[in-house]
Design a protein around this ligand. Structure first.
Ligand code: ZN
Length: 496
């Protein structure tokens, strides 16, 4: 990548040097060379180690840890010289998230087994239930096995068997059963459905039981956190298979749901543009500051530091701010760190619906999500192919910036609607794209340490992250200086 670096140095010549070479035709400041030299690998590394350190305890949305990290970030943002652009002249836009979960006093008993919730068994969706019913085991629940069983008024135990076909993941396979099979049994009168894992699904169970423990999150008023009293769907680990089949057992459950609000926060800053008219428009640099907090330890580590996810995006935006401070563009640059992304894109959903600048003034959204892992020379730009591309004009600008800068080989697989991870739908550009605002996401995609305590600062490729940051910056710089805003794709429609 050496040739790339020398080009970047040329692009970043200080204004003074350019003026010396061409004293008679000095360009207007905003049209002059960019300030890519202000983006420094050492700054990015320092900021990332600080934000992904254990003292912020994984920055979980809906906890004090996210708020502490957000205040720290606002201090760093102030130090770059960006102006506050949140509510009431501050760097913050506060919002409430609604959390709905089972109370700690909820109980579940099957036969002689006292089920410690989220360890010995998990309830897959919070629901109020008071049940005392006989348990009937129906094998895998095939039509033949169900033929002579009356499930009405009973708790029904089902063995999850078989393996996913058609290339779908175990997660989708198992969750498909929860939705489909449990729905059928409930319709037939079952008062609870108990699924028993196959040993192959144990890792999946271990992971999700801790997610269920946290409950559900939404913005207030959303259907997903409405308190319900539907028959519970219970998930048991594979070890339960031996005893759950015994005849004559009773299931007793007393499940209680609690629902409450907790503050989360977006951090918003801006660098005003230099053009009297265009400064009323904004190029929005987007990222999220939260991660997964403190959870069950893996190999002795319980802090999910989220170095790649998403301290990389946070450090990248700080570096881009330093460039815009050194050399503002014609349009204004807006920087939004969105809270509670991991809880369901809540900060970006809130900000896109209640932006602190007029919604129509946002000409493009460049979202930074996990930018420091995998091969040093490859990356992905989501929203760059149909049907996810909502501005071919913006994509063209981003591809040109890649050529002018880091020259990543672009992996387009992750942008496809058929990709099993559905990656396009899992980050903060999405709510903006749904509003028709040209939006793309810069990412180095998933890796084995994703959402584990091993996503730590020492595993980041800082030179790659530098190049990802430069790519975002060069795109944003071009968009902020061109005369017309990026054109929107007519007839843009997402597949889900
Ligand atoms: Zn993320």
């Amino acid at each position: 990548m050496k040739h790339t670096l020398s080009l970047l140095v040329a692009l970043s010549l200080p204004l003074a040097a350019q003026a010396q070479r061409k004293p008679a035709t000095a360009a207007k400041p905003a049209a002059a060379g960019n300030a890519i030299g202000a983006i420094k690998e050492a700054d990015i590394k320092r900021d990332l180690f600080a934000l992904a350190g254990d003292h912020f305890r994984g920055r979980e949305g809906g906890t004090l840890d996210e708020l502490k990290a957000s205040v720290w970030l606002a201090d760093q943002i102030r130090a770059t010289g960006m102006l506050p652009a949140g509510d009431d002249g501050t760097y913050f836009q506060w919002f409430s998230l609604q959390r709905t979960r089972l109370t700690k006093s909820s109980t579940l008993r099957i036969g002689s087994h006292e089920i410690k919730l989220n360890e010995d068994g998990a309830v897959t969706a919070p629901t109020n239930a008071n049940i005392n019913a006989p348990l009937v085991y129906v094998g895998t629940g095939s039509p033949a096995e169900l033929a002579n069983v009356d499930v009405k008024g009973k708790a029904v135990a089902v063995q999850i068997a078989g393996a996913p076909t058609d290339g779908i993941s175990y997660r989708r396979y198992v969750f498909g059963k929860f939705a489909g099979q449990a729905g059928e049994l409930t319709k037939a009168g079952a008062v609870a459905v108990v699924f028993v894992s196959d040993p192959k699904q144990q890792a999946l169970y271990d992971h999700w039981s801790h997610i269920y423990e946290r409950g559900r999150y939404s913005l207030p008023g959303a259907a997903s956190t409405r308190v319900v009293s539907t028959p519970p769907v219970i998930w048991l680990p594979a070890g339960a298979a031996s005893w759950v089949q015994q005849a004559g057992q009773q299931l007793t459950a007393n499940l209680q749901v609690e629902s409450f609000q907790y503050p989360s926060v977006n951090i918003v800053a801006k660098m005003p543009g230099t053009d009297a008219q265009l400064k009323k428009e904004y190029v929005l640099f987007s990222t999220h500051q939260d991660h997964d907090g403190v959870r069950a330890p893996i190999a002795g580590d319980s802090i999910y530091n989220g170095a790649d996810d998403n301290a990389t995006g946070c450090a990248a935006l700080l570096a881009i701010m330093r460039s815009f401070k050194q050399q503002p563009a014609r349009r204004s640059a807006l920087f939004v760190y969105q809270g509670s992304e991991e809880r369901g894109l809540l900060g970006s959903t809130y900000f896109s619906a209640h932006p602190t600048v007029p919604q129509a003034s946002i000409v493009a959204v460049l979202n930074a999500e996990m930018m420091g892992r995998n091969a040093p020379d490859s990356a992905a730009l989501l929203g760059s192919t149909r049907p996810h591309m909502n501005s071919s004009d913006l994509v063209k600008t981003a591809l040109a910036a890649n050529q002018a800068g880091p020259k990543f080989k672009l992996d387009t697989e992750w942008d496809k609607p058929t990709h099993p991870e559905g990656w396009y739908f899992r980050s903060d550009h999405l709510p903006y794209a749904r509003l028709g605002i040209p939006a793309i996401m810069y990412t180095s995609v998933l890796h084995v340490d994703y959402h584990t305590p091993r996503d730590e600062p020492q595993r980041i490729d800082y030179n790659k992250l530098l190049h990802m940051t430069q790519w975002m910056y060069l795109t944003g710089w071009a968009v902020a200086n061109r005369t017309a805003p990026p054109a929107r794709e007519p007839g843009f429609k997402l597949e889900r």
